[in-house]
Design a protein around this ligand. Sequence first.
Ligand SMILES: Nc1ncnc2c1ncn2[C@@H]1O[C@H](COP(=O)(O)OP(=O)(O)O)[C@@H](O)[C@H]1O
Ligand SMILES: O=c1ccn([C@@H]2O[C@H](COP(=O)(O)OP(=O)(O)O)[C@@H](O)[C@H]2O)c(=O)[nH]1
Length: 247
Amino acid sequence: MNPKPEYRRVLLKLSGEALVGDEGFGIDPKVLDRMATEIKELVELGVQVGIVIGGGNIFRGAGLAKAGMNRVVGDHMGMLATTMNGLAMRDALHRAYVNARLMSAIELSGVCDTYNWAEAISLLKEGKVVIFAAGTGNPFFTTDSAACLRGIEIEADAVLKATKVDGVYTDDPATNPDAVLLNKLTYQEVLEKELKVMDLAAFTLARDHSLPIRVFNMNKAGALKNVIMGEAEGTLIDHAENLSETN
Ligand SMILES: Nc1ncnc2c1ncn2[C@@H]1O[C@H](COP(=O)(O)OP(=O)(O)O)[C@@H](O)[C@H]1O
Ligand SMILES: O=c1ccn([C@@H]2O[C@H](COP(=O)(O)OP(=O)(O)O)[C@@H](O)[C@H]2O)c(=O)[nH]1
């Protein structure tokens, strides 16, 4: 038997904090290499992979603003932090013999490519992994918003949000041991129950453009592949009519 992937093209959102691993700050090369190996498996299955990478392991604009810095400057630093993570991820993919390109929403001549929608799509069609860095290129946004924006632009079948827990729960599993993992949710249910999935700007963008969101645990070995193969893994968020068609 040779099961086919559920998705043809995906937008994988990796948070900056997921890269910290055992290092406490910055990037743990072991985590990066493990992620590269898991992404390689997807490419080998013929899945087209776009990646939006966060920067929270280095700088967050909101945190810098709290410490007294101008928010716009802080957000510029946060976006440059995502580009540093992107450089590290591209390097890890290249070392794993995966063809990958890095496109930044902020021009960084000589360091990486600048985001170009048509070029990104043609690279994806060639089977190259495209890493989108510098978020949306604008302050006051998050990389979750960038993930949904790029996901819609490249016509991804879903945005796959990698997180530290197994999916979306009835409550924060970090503070409530009775929280229950939810396998499927409608956009409406997430809003009504005020479940923490993404910031509202990102979430409503996905909803308004019918981009399904899959939340899963990147620290769980094989979870990403399970998601790709359409197995019950993590939480799927979509419109009610689409959810009833899935198992
Ligand atoms: N209902 C919920 N379901 C799942 N996680 C939740 C929920 N409410 C709060 N959380 C917390 O949200 C965290 C993940 O948030 P996320 O935005 O993915 O963080 P980051 O992108 O910085 O990794 C989890 O570690 C979890 O403790
Ligand atoms: O479109 C964007 C995306 C990100 N950022 C800045 O980059 C930081 C890092 O991104 P994020 O916090 O989303 O990273 P993650 O939580 O995924 O690690 C944010 O805090 C913002 O300061 C921004 O200004 N505009």
